[in-house]
Design a binder for this molecule. Structure first.
Ligand SMILES: Cc1cc2nc3c(=O)[nH]c(=O)nc-3n(C[C@H](O)[C@H](O)[C@H](O)COP(=O)(O)OP(=O)(O)OC[C@H]3O[C@@H](n4cnc5c(N)ncnc54)[C@H](O)[C@@H]3O)c2cc1C
Length: 310
C-alpha cells in the first residue's frame, strides 16, 4: 500500500471527527483526518464551554487543541485547512483528491463535516459571534442570567428556546419577520402567555453593535421601514440549521433537510462509509452528542475493517 493509503479517512475535524480519530488510532488503525477548517470545528467559535462533562469550564479553542493533541498522541494524522476537490466513496478503495493535487485512499470513511446555524448575514454578526450572539440556548443560556436578551425567529425552535431562556434571562424579546408564527399552537400559546417574553413582529435585525461584546442592535420594522436602536446583552438566532453535506448530496442518502441518513451504528447507504456528528439526521446538536456518535462511527469502521481482513 502507498504511504497515502490509510485504514480510515475521517472527513471533518470537529469533536465528532477528532473523537473518531482518537478511537481509531488507539485501535492501531492508520487514520487521516481531512479537515477543511481549524481543528475543533464549531467548538472554536465559542469562548466558554461549561457543559462538557469532566471539564468544569474551558474555552472552545482549548478543548479543540486538547482533542487534536490526544488524537495525534495515538498516531492520528490531522490535516487542517485542506479542500477536497474530488472523492470516490462507492468503490472498495475510497479515494480523495485535494485541491493541491494530493491523493489519499482508504478502506473506510467517516464523514463528520458538522454544520452551521443559518445566520442573518448582517453587519457585526460575524465579529460578535460568541461575544453576545449565540445560536444555541443549551450552550450559552446560563451566560445570560438576569440579562435582557433578544431571540430572533418564529418557528418551533425559536419559541421553545425563548421559553427555555426565561430560566436565565430577566427579559426575552422575540423579533420575528412575519405577523404570525410558523410553530405549533401550544408553543405559540406558551410563549405568548409568558410574563418575561415580549414580541416585536414584522421586524428584523439589520446590524449588531459592540466593541468587546454585543451592546445593541438595529431593529427594522419591515412594514414601515423605520429602524430603531435597541440595547441588549445578548441575541439568540434560531432561523434554521444547515448541515455541511453538500459535497455528498449525489452519493449519500440525505433527509429532506440535507442531513446524512444513518443507522444507529452510523452506517450510511454506502458500505464502509459512516457518518457522525452534526451532519447526520438528529434533533440535538451538542459536543457530547457529536463525541458519542464519533465513537460509534469509529467502532463500526473498526469492525468493518476487521471483517474485510478476515
Ligand atoms: C457559537 C457556538 C457555541 C457552541 N457552544 C456549545 C457549548 O457550549 N456546548 C456544546 O455542547 N455545544 C456547543 N455548540 C455546538 C457544538 O459546537 C457542535 O454541536 C459540535 O461542534 C458539532 O461537532 P461536529 O464534529 O459534528 O461538527 P463541527 O464542529 O461542525 O466540525 C465539523 C468540521 O468539519 C469541517 N468540514 C466541513 N465540511 C468539510 C469538508 N467538505 N471537507 C473537510 N472538512 C469539512 C469543518 O471545517 C469543521 O472543522 C456550540 C456551537 C456554536 C456555533
Amino acid at each position: 500500500m502507498s504511504s497515502n493509503h490509510f485504514d480510515v479517512i475521517v472527513v471533518g475535524g470537529g469533536p465528532a471527527g477528532l473523537t473518531a480519530g482518537i478511537y481509531l488510532s488507539r485501535a492501531r488503525l492508520s487514520t487521516l483526518v481531512l479537515n477543511q477548517g481549524t481543528a475543533g470545528g464549531q467548538m472554536v467559535l465559542t469562548h466558554e464551554i461549561a457543559n462538557y462533562p469532566g471539564v468544569e469550564s474551558t474555552s472552545g479553542y482549548q478543548l479543540s487543541t486538547i482533542m487534536k493533541k490526544q488524537a495525534e498522541s495515538f498516531g492520528c494524522n490531522v490535516k487542517n485547512n485542506i479542500l477536497i476537490a474530488d472523492m470516490i466513496l462507492e468503490d472498495k478503495e475510497k479515494k480523495f483528491t485535494l485541491e493541491d493535487g494530493s491523493i489519499y485512499t482508504s478502506d473506510a470513511v467517516i464523514i463528520a463535516t458538522g454544520g452551521r446555524s443559518r445566520t442573518l448575514g448582517v453587519p457585526g454578526e460575524d465579529r460578535l459571534k460568541g461575544k453576545g450572539i449565540s445560536y444555541c440556548a443549551t450552550c450559552d443560556g446560563d451566560f445570560f442570567t438576569d440579562k435582557e436578551i433578544v431571540v430572533v425567529g418564529g418557528g418551533n425552535s425559536a419559541l421553545e428556546e425563548a421559553v427555555s431562556l426565561t430560566k436565565y434571562a430577566s427579559k426575552v424579546t422575540i423579533v420575528h419577520q412575519f405577523d404570525n408564527f410558523q410553530a405549533f399552537e401550544h408553543a405559540v400559546k406558551e410563549a405568548e402567555a409568558h410574563t418575561k417574553i415580549n414580541f416585536i413582529m414584522e421586524s428584523t435585525i439589520t446590524e449588531f453593535y459592540g466593541d468587546e461584546s454585543l451592546e445593541s442592535v438595529d431593529i427594522k420594522n419591515l412594514k414601515t421601514g423605520e429602524i430603531k436602536r435597541f440595547k441588549t446583552d445578548g441575541v439568540f438566532i434560531f432561523i434554521g440549521y444547515v448541515p455541511n453535506s453538500e459535497p455528498f448530496k449525489d452519493k449519500l442518502e440525505l433527509s429532506k433537510w440535507g442531513e446524512i441518513s444513518v443507522t444507529p451504528y452510523m452506517e450510511t447507504n454506502i458500505p464502509g462509509v459512516f457518518a457522525a456528528g452534526d451532519c447526520i439526521a438528529k434533533k440535538y446538536r451538542q459536543i457530547t452528542t457529536s463525541v458519542a456518535e464519533g465513537t460509534v462511527a469509529a467502532l463500526s469502521a473498526s469492525n468493518f475493517i476487521n471483517e474485510l481482513r478476515k
